[in-house]
Design a protein around this ligand. Structure first.
Ligand code: FO1
Length: 318
């Protein structure tokens, strides 16, 4: 049986764009979007899941495209009041966005799993596709800087990624199990491909691959793993990827991305889509045994997201 189901792995902003493109061109039953939860944290008594938020808002058409995170047409009265009350103001929670965090947090506290809560919240926002957390067990990304180990959001938002990252770890791993839906999807006999969305490999994709059993399950699959590079023109579209590659002593290149999935994770990548601006990378990627597609990977509008999603599906044979 030739499969037609796609398992897509996504982080936040960049990944969410391709996730939305895939959802726009695929039937709900044919797509499972698994989202990084390593960026999650507890803040002001709430459980914040930034990447789940970004994917959810993108699929619901609620995302703020300019800011890149959070909800469009946002207001900030709650934040202003929190600051007036002397509470921490470094992490911005919009008034509309706050509804998401309150709904998620109280349901978690009432005993629902993150998978159950996410299924409920996405359904309520009219999303028909499966948006699932990578795990129901807490995984918390931390970065090592000269100041010691720091929680991810404290570094990403609080420190604006200024401090150089010497190392990254995922608290809770090993021991964190893939979510039930991720486990089920990995075992589907109609799987056509695994798609790695254009997300930061070190911060957004590695936490998913590091979950108990996930790397080995992916390696055992007989379907291609297809990644869309998060680099365009030798730079990251958004976020600290370029800076992190440079700090690790790597070039800011698609070869470094390929090298990470192939060498660090043991040949986990079959096909890489890169931007036209990086066409010069083709020969070295092919020399590494990869199949390469050169295309436009910048997704400014819905049409860009859908075109790129269709290209990925064509590579997957769908
Ligand atoms: N990113 C920022 O740069 N500043 C913020 O104040 C901020 C608040 C925020 C609130 C909710 C949410 O879901 C995401 C938020 N983000 C914010 C984005 C987020 O921190 C990062 O984009 C991701 O963690 C990286 O993928």
């Amino acid at each position: 049986m030739s499969g037609k189901h796609i398992l897509a792995l996504s982080g936040g902003v960049g990944g969410a764009k391709l996730a939305a493109g895939l959802a726009a061109v695929m039937a709900p039953d044919d797509l499972t979007l698994v989202v990084n939860t390593g960026d999650d944290f507890e803040h002001l008594g709430l459980t914040i899941c930034p990447d789940l938020d970004s994917v959810t808002y993108a699929l619901a058409g609620l995302n703020d495209a300019v800011r890149g995170w959070g909800v469009k047409d946002e207001t900030w009265q709650t934040m202003a009041m929190l600051r007036a009350l002397g509470e921490e103001g470094w992490f911005n929670l919009g008034d509309r966005d706050m509804g998401m965090h309150i709904a998620r947090s109280w349901r978690l506290r009432a005993g629902e799993t993150l998978s159950e809560v996410t299924a409920r919240l996405t359904r309520e926002l009219g999303i028909a596709h499966a948006v699932v957390p990578m795990s129901d067990d807490p995984v918390r990304t931390q970065v090592l800087t000269d100041a010691g180990w720091t929680d991810f959001q404290r570094w990403f938002v609080g420190n604006q990624c200024v401090d150089a990252v010497l190392d990254v770890r995922f608290e809770g791993v090993p021991g964190a199990r893939p979510s039930p839906c991720l486990t089920k999807t990995l075992a589907r006999d109609d799987l056509a491909a695994v798609v790695i969305c254009p997300s930061n490999p070190f911060l957004s994709v590695d936490p998913i691959l590091a979950l108990d059993g996930v790397r080995d399950a992916l390696a055992a699959l007989r379907v291609p793993v297809i990644a869309v590079s998060p680099l365009v023109g030798g730079a990251a579209i958004k976020g600290p990827l370029a800076k992190m590659l440079a700090e690790r002593g790597h070039g800011v290149s698609n070869e470094a991305i390929a090298c990470h999935y192939q060498d660090h994770w043991g040949d986990l990548l079959d096909h890489l889509l890169i931007d036209e601006a990086d066409e010069a990378d083709v020969s070295c990627l092919q020399a590494r045994g990869l199949r390469v597609t050169v295309t436009k990977t910048m997704m400014r509008e819905a049409a860009d997201r859908e075109r790129l999603a269709k290209e990925v599906l064509a590579i997957a044979g769908i």
